[in-house]
Design a protein around this ligand. Structure first.
Ligand code: AMP
Ligand code: MG
Length: 491
């Protein structure tokens, strides 16, 4: 397939817009004034079959600044509902997101969505805008997650302007163009179930099955395809949670409207990759109760899946079968988490008595606030005979040594080739993650119109398992000034 050399040559399919009109409101984005392209992502363009040369064109800037329409697109804001912080919030919807259209890429469809392109009927109290700060964070995080091999929405472009946006202070506006095969959320299903509109619920479920889970169609008659859909979403969500936990990622706002029906990491707001480890680390300053603390994420995901199961049961009509599927979540999560951790510790395949070894490590890390990423990364050095970098992460080195000796004994019992095992650990334990202070450095430069930090971070985070020359600062612990960085729902 030859690359599209202009946006007009993209092949648009717009399947979501073909759903009945009560699923969305058709509307044009409201563009930024005097927009500037801060960055465009060639990797994302490739998914669309778009020639990277187009990214530098004025036509590209105008479309992804929300000024000109996407040729062949059918722009809309989708409606959904959801539970926020455990409480039913009723109708929500794309309050500052415009779905421009769906591009048939070489390997599948990609919806293109502007975030921050003005008011929609679902904006409620909001202004439809997004600030530069949160837009840089979303742009970087989605590509960082992809580099880690974790399912996520992608980012195509980051456009900025001097348009003022009022948050705690006056900031400036930006628009991120996000991409995903679909932006349908758990809350999209809750929406129709709560309104007792089973016909729309069925249309949505059929849309998702036919587009993204076609094998579910063959599961049988009646409610069987919807039960199969639930089973698939439970599996994907369980595996996603295991992947989040294995890199020390906190989402921050795991409301049901931020849970992707495709099992993608979706809606990057006050997220965080942990530096100093705490089991109950809360990355979102607005989360007073710690509902979305790191160690609660897997169970919150299950809580959210119960809400999805409740909605889908309108079509399935078999509470016991739905419950049985939900009860399979824990085993699915645990097995994915144990396999992931076994690989990180270089002890695969996981044995039941490894639970104690892992728990002791997490407790040690928690008690001593050890760095999450480097704790795992430096274990491979220990396997190569260099345990000092690992021990230096701990204030009480004797305590750390006790654990390390237990781990070394487990290693001794394994036999095999240590060098290749250490190399394998380096392929699952990143050296670099998008630490908050790194994102902050990118934001500070971006405010001056300087995209160089974004470019450098994207280069490294694209493959964070390699060690790059002269990149030590990207791997190091946060500097002192970063200790009072706070991220909240304000975006
Ligand atoms: P969130 O939990 O941040 O993903 O957003 C919850 C809801 O608030 C969604 O329906 C968003 O579209 C909406 N929302 C958040 N910020 C804004 C804003 N600045 N303007 C309009 N709607 C917003
Ligand atoms: Mg959201």
């Amino acid at each position: 397939m030859s690359l599209a050399t202009s946006l007009d040559e993209l092949s648009l399919s717009n399947s979501f817009a073909a759903l009945p009109p009560d699923f969305y409101t058709r509307l044009q984005p409201r563009g930024l004034t005097a927009p500037r392209l801060l960055h465009a992502n060639e990797d994302a363009a490739a998914l669309l079959g778009l020639d990277p040369k187009v990214l530098g064109s004025d036509a590209f800037l105008r479309v992804f600044a929300g000024v000109d329409p996407l040729p062949g697109g059918d722009p809309l804001a989708a409606v959904y509902s959801g539970h926020q912080f455990g409480v039913w919030a009723g109708q929500l919807g794309d309050g500052r997101a415009h779905l421009l259209g769906e591009v048939a890429g070489p390997d599948g469809p990609w919806e293109l969505q502007l975030k921050g392109a003005g008011l929609t009927p679902y904006s409620r109290m909001g202004d439809g805008r997004a600030v530069l700060r949160s837009s840089v964070r979303e742009y970087l995080a989605s590509e960082a997650m992809h580099g880690l091999g974790i399912p996520t929405t992608r980012a195509l472009a980051l456009v900025v302007s001097d348009d003022p946006v009022v948050r705690e202070t006056v900031e400036t506006a930006a628009i991120v163009t996000r991409m995903a095969p679909s932006f349908v959320r758990f809350g999209s299903f809750e929406h129709w179930a709560s309104r007792r509109q089973p016909e729309q619920l069925r249309q949505l479920a059929d849309y998702v099955i036919d587009g993204f889970y076609p094998a579910c169609r063959t599961a049988g008659e009646g409610g069987a395809p919807y039960l199969a859909l639930l089973r698939e979403v439970i599996g994907r969500t369980a595996r996603l949670m295991a992947q989040w936990q294995c890199v020390g990622f906190c989402h921050g706002v795991m409301n049901t409207d931020n849970m992707s029906i495709l099992g993608l990491t979706l809606d990057y707001g006050p997220y965080g990759f942990m530096d100093a480890f705490r089991l109950d680390h809360i990355c979102n300053h607005s989360d007073n109760q710690g509902r979305y603390a790191w160690n609660r994420q897997p169970s919150v995901a299950l809580w959210n899946l119960y809400r999805l199961g409740g909605a889908l049961n309108v079509l399935i009509n078999d509470v016991d079968a739905v419950k049985a599927e939900l009860e399979a979540y824990e085993a699915e999560f645990t097995s994915a988490f144990h396999n992931g951790m076994a690989a990180k510790l270089g002890i695969a395949p996981w044995r039941p008595d490894d639970e104690a070894l892992l728990d002791e490590l997490l407790k040690l890390m928690h008690d001593q606030r050890a760095d999450f990423t480097l704790t795992f990364r430096y274990l491979s050095d220990a396997l190569r005979g260099q345990s000092q970098p690992f021990l230096d992460l701990y204030m009480d080195r004797d305590g750390a040594k006790v654990w390390l000796d237990k781990w070394a004994a487990r290693q001794d019992a394994m036999g095999g080739d240590r060098a290749s095992r250490a190399d394998g650990m380096d392929q699952v334990n990143p050296l670099y993650v998008l630490r908050n202070h790194l994102a902050e450095n990118a934001i500070r430069a971006a405010k001056q119109g300087d995209a160089s930090v974004i470019i450098e971070l994207l280069r490294i985070l694209k493959n964070p398992f390699l060690k790059y020359p002269n990149a030590e600062t990207y791997a190091s612990l946060p500097p002192d000034w970063a200790s009072d960085l706070e991220v909240s729902c304000s975006s």
